[in-house]
Ligand binder design. Structure first.
Ligand SMILES: [Zn+2]
Length: 268
């Protein structure tokens, strides 16, 4: 069984950070524009789920954003609607309308998240929203009751606010999922679950390729069929496994970050 590829962005534009998940505004706009020009189309969550057995469906992908930072509304969504693209944003439901405290070590700044009115407005323009958990904790490290409460609580808030479709999918914080977490996600009512670069093939453990700050080409590594794409996915897997922002990751990615921070600053 094959699935269309899934790209995962985090923060687009805004202040530079110590971590590696921020992509410059102009880099993002260029990537989306070039993908559209090359004939790529984005999928809704429903289309993604239905196309999972469509072998070789040409040039379709699921575009996703994690964390739901407020800057998406100014730097990313207008680009997408201008190109006829859609995307799914995975929200940390306890932080909707608030500033983050869980990521501040890496971003240096307390960054605001999207508010419910903003989410509803962009949903009206064809964008989709789903769960990134309630509290952005690494679920694989938690006890069963805590995992269940986090997943159920997040889904309840989303479906009460945005309707049943918003309770279909979850992107696990840090891509961290194992059989136990996937079982809790299923019990909570989710149908699709997105983890790291390598999935298990199960609907609640699907693969996704993060776009990190060094992924600057017109076509991100996650959509490239060549050797560079394969290499980029290996690096993305390593970065994700290292828990972005740890000292190991900073050593590995430090050179790339330094090299590209300058160009990001110039183009953001
Ligand atoms: Zn996240």
């Amino acid at each position: 069984m094959t699935y269309p590829p899934v790209l995962c962005y985090h923060r687009i534009g805004g202040p530079l950070e110590l971590g590696v998940t921020r992509v410059g505004r102009s880099v993002f706009a260029r990537q989306m524009t070039e993908l559209a020009r090359a004939g790529w189309q984005t999928l809704s969550l429903d289309e993604f789920a239905r196309r999972r057995t469509a072998h070789g469906a040409p040039r379709t992908f699921l575009l996703t954003f994690d964390d739901g930072y407020a800057s998406l509304a100014s730097h990313a969504y207008p680009v997408l609607t201008g190109l006829g693209f859609t995307a799914t944003t995975f929200l940390v439901t306890d932080y909707v309308g608030k500033t983050n405290t869980w990521d501040v070590r890496y971003t240096w700044n307390r960054l605001p998240h999207l508010t419910w009115p903003e989410i509803e407005r962009w949903r009206g323009r064809g964008l989709e929203f789903a769960s990134h958990g309630a509290t952005h904790r690494r679920l694989t490290w938690l006890e069963d009751a805590v995992i269940a409460a986090d997943l159920e609580g997040s889904r309840e808030v989303l479906t009460a606010r945005l309707g049943p479709n918003s309770g279909r999918a979850i992107a696990y914080p840090f891509g961290a999922v194992d059989e136990r977490v996937a079982r809790h996600a299923r019990n909570a009512g989710y149908e699709l679950g997105f983890g790291g670069v390598r999935g298990s093939g199960a609907l609640l453990h699907l693969p996704r390729v993060p776009v990190y700050c060094w992924d600057l080409g017109d076509v991100p590594f996650g959509l490239r069929a060549d050797g560079l794409g394969a290499l980029g996915r290996i690096v993305a897997h390593a970065a994700n496994r290292c828990a972005v922002g740890t000292s190991v990751m900073q050593r590995l990615g430090g050179l790339a970050v330094e090299r590209f921070a300058v160009s990001n600053r110039q183009t953001a």
